[in-house]
Design a protein around this ligand. Structure first.
Ligand code: ZN
Length: 412
C-alpha cells in the first residue's frame, strides 16, 4: 500500500477513535442527573449525592480537556513529521539498530510523560484534593514519576532491546521468540509482582493476629482455601479510595488489602470482599485472564510480523529509512481498532467473572455484607450510580453497582 494512503488511514483512525470516545462520554454525562434507582437510595445522603454530582461533572470536563490535548498532540506530531525528527536524533548518536530503537522510544515515552505531567498534577492536587481524596505529597508524586521511568527503562527497555535483536537474527519469525519472552515475563510478573514491584511504591505488612485475621482464617478454612499471605498495603499514602486485590498463584498467591479498606469497612464486610477475591481464584479467573492476555499478545505479534517489514509503514510517518521501531509505531496505531475490540471482549469477560466471584461470596459467606461493603466503597469514592449502558459496555470492567446489587439479591 502506498505511504500516503496509509498516512490518511492513520489520521482517520486517531480521529474516529477520539470521536467515538467523546460520543460515549457525552452520552454518559447526559445521564448524570438521572433519578437514583430505588435500591441504591441509601448510598448517599443529600449532601454527599450533590458532592458526587459535582465530582463526576468536574472529572468529565477534565477528561475532555486532557483527551483533546493528547489527540491534538498526536496528530500534530504525525503531521509535522515528529517521528522522523526523533528518529534523526536517535541516529545521530549511533548506528546500532537496538540502541537507536531504545533512544527513539526513550525520547517519545519520556517526552510525552513530561508533557502530560501538568494534567496528572492538576488531577491529583486540584480535583482529588478538592473532594478530599488526595493524600499524595508533592515528594511522593515526583518520586513516583522517577520510579516509573526507572521501571520503564529497565523492563520496557530490556524487552524492546531483546525484540529488536530477535528481529535482527530471525527476521519475520521474530514473533515466536518475542511471544515466548513476553509470555514468560507476564507469568513472572504475575507471580512476583507483590514481592518485586509493589515494594518500590508501597509498604506492605502481614495482617496482624486479631479478630479480623481470625475471621478471615475461619472463612478460608470453611472453603478449603489455604491463605497464608494476607497483607495490608499503605494505600492511604496516596488516596483515601479503598481497594483489595489478588495476585500470584500457587505458593505465591496472596491477598492485599488497602489500609483504607480496613479502616472504612466492618470486619464482616472485609471478609465478604475477601470471599469475592477467593471466588476469582477458585473459579480460575486469574489463570484464564493470564492465558487470554498471552493469546492476544501472540496474535498481535504475529500480525505485527506480517507488516513490520514493509517500508510503507515507516514512510507513512515521514521516516525515509524504514526501521523496526518506526514500523512498530505505525502498526500500533493501525492496530488500535482491533485492540479496541479485544479490550471490549476482555471487559465483557471480566464483568462475567465479577458476577461469578460475587456469587461465590454470596454462596460461601453471604450477600448482605458484600452488598453493604460495595455500597460503602461506592459512597467513599463518589462513584456514578447512573452510568449509561453503552458506556458500561465499552469501558466497565465491573458490572454497575445496581447490576451487582440485583444479582446478589437474587435467590436470597
Ligand atoms: Zn472482582
Amino acid at each position: 500500500m502506498n505511504p500516503q494512503t496509509l498516512f490518511y488511514i492513520i489520521i482517520a483512525i486517531i480521529i474516529i477513535d477520539f470521536i467515538i470516545d467523546k460520543i460515549l462520554d457525552t452520552l454518559n454525562a447526559k445521564h448524570f442527573d438521572d433519578p437514583i434507582p430505588q435500591e441504591l437510595s441509601d448510598v448517599y445522603n443529600k449532601d454527599e449525592y450533590e458532592k458526587s454530582q459535582r465530582y463526576k461533572k468536574e472529572r468529565y470536563r477534565f477528561g475532555i480537556i486532557t483527551s483533546t490535548f493528547s489527540v491534538l498532540l498526536t496528530l500534530g506530531f504525525i503531521i509535522f513529521d515528529g517521528f522522523a525528527w526523533v528518529d534523526d536524533i536517535a541516529r545521530n548518536f549511533t548506528d546500532n539498530a537496538i540502541l537507536v530503537a531504545l533512544i527513539f522510544f526513550g525520547i517519545i515515552m519520556i517526552g510525552s510523560d513530561i508533557l502530560t505531567t501538568p494534567f496528572s498534577w492538576y488531577s491529583t492536587f486540584v480535583i482529588e484534593e478538592k473532594y478530599g481524596f488526595n493524600k499524595t505529597t508533592k515528594k511522593t508524586f515526583f518520586l513516583d514519576k522517577i520510579k516509573g521511568w526507572f521501571m520503564m527503562i529497565i523492563l520496557g527497555g530490556g524487552i524492546l532491546a531483546l525484540i529488536v535483536w530477535f528481529y535482527q537474527f530471525a527476521g519475520n519469525d521474530f514473533w515466536w521468540y518475542a511471544w515466548i519472552l513476553v509470555a514468560v515475563f507476564s507469568i513472572f510478573i504475575n507471580m512476583f509482582y507483590a514481592k518485586l514491584i509493589v515494594p518500590l511504591f508501597n509498604k506492605q505488612s502481614p495482617l496482624e493476629e486479631g479478630s479480623l485475621r481470625t475471621k478471615i482464617e475461619t472463612y478460608a478454612k470453611s472453603v478449603g482455601f489455604t491463605l497464608d499471605n494476607i497483607f495490608i498495603i499503605d494505600g492511604s499514602k496516596r488516596s483515601t479510595k479503598a481497594n483489595a486485590y489478588f495476585s500470584g498463584f500457587g505458593k505465591e498467591k496472596r491477598i492485599t488489602l488497602f489500609d483504607t479498606l480496613v479502616k472504612d469497612l466492618e470486619e464482616e464486610e472485609i471478609v465478604a470482599v475477601l470471599a469475592h477475591e477467593v471466588g476469582h481464584y477458585k473459579k480460575n479467573h486469574i489463570i484464564v485472564n493470564l492465558l487470554a492476555s498471552i493469546l492476544t499478545t501472540g496474535f498481535t505479534l504475529w500480525l505485527l510480523s506480517l507488516f513490520v517489514g514493509s517500508p510503507a509503514l515507516s514512510q507513512a510517518l515521514g521516516v525515509e529509512e524504514p526501521s523496526f521501531h518506526t514500523g512498530l509505531i505505525a502498526f500500533g496505531i493501525l492496530y488500535s481498532p482491533i485492540s479496541e475490540i479485544t479490550g471490549l471482549l476482555m471487559n465483557y469477560l471480566s464483568r462475567k467473572f465479577e458476577y461469578q466471584a460475587d456469587n461465590y461470596a454470596k454462596n460461601t459467606y453471604g450477600a448482605a455484607p458484600l452488598i453493604s461493603s460495595l455500597k460503602k466503597l461506592t459512597k467513599n469514592s463518589l462513584s456514578n450510580l447512573t452510568p449509561h449502558k453503552a458506556y458500561v459496555f465499552m469501558h466497565y470492567s465491573h458490572p454497575t453497582l445496581l447490576q451487582r446489587f440485583r444479582n446478589l439479591k437474587r435467590g436470597v
